[in-house]
Design a binder for this molecule. Structure first.
Ligand SMILES: [Zn+2]
Length: 271
C-alpha cells in the first residue's frame, strides 16, 4: 500500500526536481547574459564564462547552478576570490519561482507565457539594478512573445487583450514620466509594454498596482530613514517585474473576486 503510494508520487517528485533544476539553469544563463549586457560585452556566441577577478576560464564543474556556489563556499576555485552573491541569488530566485509557476500552471501554454514573463522580468531587473538600464531588446520581445502565444492559443480576442495590456503598461508609465519629469524612466515604460503584452489588460493593471505597492513598501521607509533621497535613482524595474510575477500566482484569485464585484467572469490567460 505504502509502496504503491510512493511509486505514484515519484513522477511528481521528478517533475518538481526537473523544474527546480531548469529554473536554476535559466537563472544562471539570464544572470550571465545580463552582466554581459550591462557591461557592454557581447552576450551571444562562444565567449566562455570566467572568474570575475582572476579571469580563469571556468570548467563545467564550476558552473553547475546553485551547487557549485555551495560546494565552493562562494569562492573561486583558482584565486579564492569571493564569487558575487548575485550568481547564487539569480539562480535561486529563478529556480524557486520557475518551480512555483510549474506547480501553479502545470505543463500548459499558460506556463510558457508565465515563464517568459518571469525570465524576461529577471533579466531586466538585473540590468536595472546593475546600471539603471532596461534594454528595449530585453523587454519588447516579451510583449511580442506574449501576443504571439495569445494569438496561437486564445485567438484574436486574447491577442488583442495582450495589445491592450501593452498599451496600458506603456501608457501609465509614460503619463507618470510626463507628470513627474524624471520620477521614472522610459526603460520602465518599455518594460511595462513587454509585461503588458504577456499579461493582458487586467493582469497588467494588477501588475502595475502590485509593483507600485511593493515599491512603496520598500522605498518609503528608506525615504523616511533618509537612506535614499528623492534625487536618488532607485531602480523600479525589479518592483514592476516582481508585481507581474506576484500576479501570475494570485491574478486569477484577485480577478475572480474583482470580477464578482463587477459582475463579470474571468479566465487568464486567453480571455
Ligand atoms: Zn578566480
Amino acid at each position: 500500500m505504502n509502496d504503491l503510494l510512493l511509486s505514484s508520487q515519484i513522477p511528481g517528485v521528478i517533475a518538481i526536481l526537473t523544474a527546480l533544476f531548469s529554473g536554476a539553469c535559466a537563472g544562471s544563463f539570464i544572470n550571465a547574459t545580463a552582466m554581459r549586457a550591462a557591461r557592454g560585452r557581447k552576450w551571444w556566441g562562444s565567449e566562455r564564462s570566467c572568474c570575475d577577478k582572476c579571469g580563469r576560464t571556468l570548467s563545467a564543474a564550476d558552473l553547475v547552478p546553485i551547487f557549485s556556489f555551495i560546494f565552493l563556499r562562494g569562492k573561486c576555485r583558482y584565486c579564492g576570490n569571493e564569487i558575487a552573491r548575485r550568481h547564487f541569488a539569480a539562480e535561486a530566485v529563478s529556480s524557486v519561482l520557475t518551480c512555483g509557476l510549474f506547480i501553479r500552471w502545470g505543463l500548459s501554454p499558460a506556463l510558457v507565457l508565465s515563464l517568459a514573463a518571469l525570465w524576461f522580468g529577471l533579466f531586466n531587473s538585473l540590468t536595472d539594478i546593475e546600471n539603471g538600464f532596461i534594454y528595449d531588446w530585453g523587454a519588447i520581445p516579451l510583449g511580442l512573445i506574449g501576443i504571439a502565444l495569445r494569438l496561437a492559443y486564445g485567438g484574436r480576442p486574447a491577442a488583442l487583450d495582450g495589445v491592450y495590456g501593452a498599451a496600458l503598461g506603456f501608457g501609465v508609465i509614460a503619463v507618470i514620466i510626463l507628470i513627474s519629469r524624471g520620477g521614472m524612466g522610459w526603460g520602465d515604460a518599455v518594460l511595462m509594454l513587454g509585461i503588458g503584452g504577456a499579461m493582458g489588460l487586467r493582469y497588467c493593471a494588477l501588475s502595475l498596482y502590485a509593483g507600485f505597492f511593493a515599491g512603496g513598501i520598500v522605498i518609503l521607509p528608506l525615504l523616511i530613514m533618509k537612506r535614499v533621497t528623492r534625487k536618488d535613482a532607485v531602480p523600479l524595474g525589479p518592483f514592476l517585474a516582481a508585481g507581474s510575477v506576484f500576479v501570475l500566482f494570485t491574478g486569477s484569485f484577485l480577478v475572480r473576486h474583482l470580477a464578482a464585484l463587477l459582475g463579470r467572469d474571468a479566465g487568464w490567460p486567453w480571455m
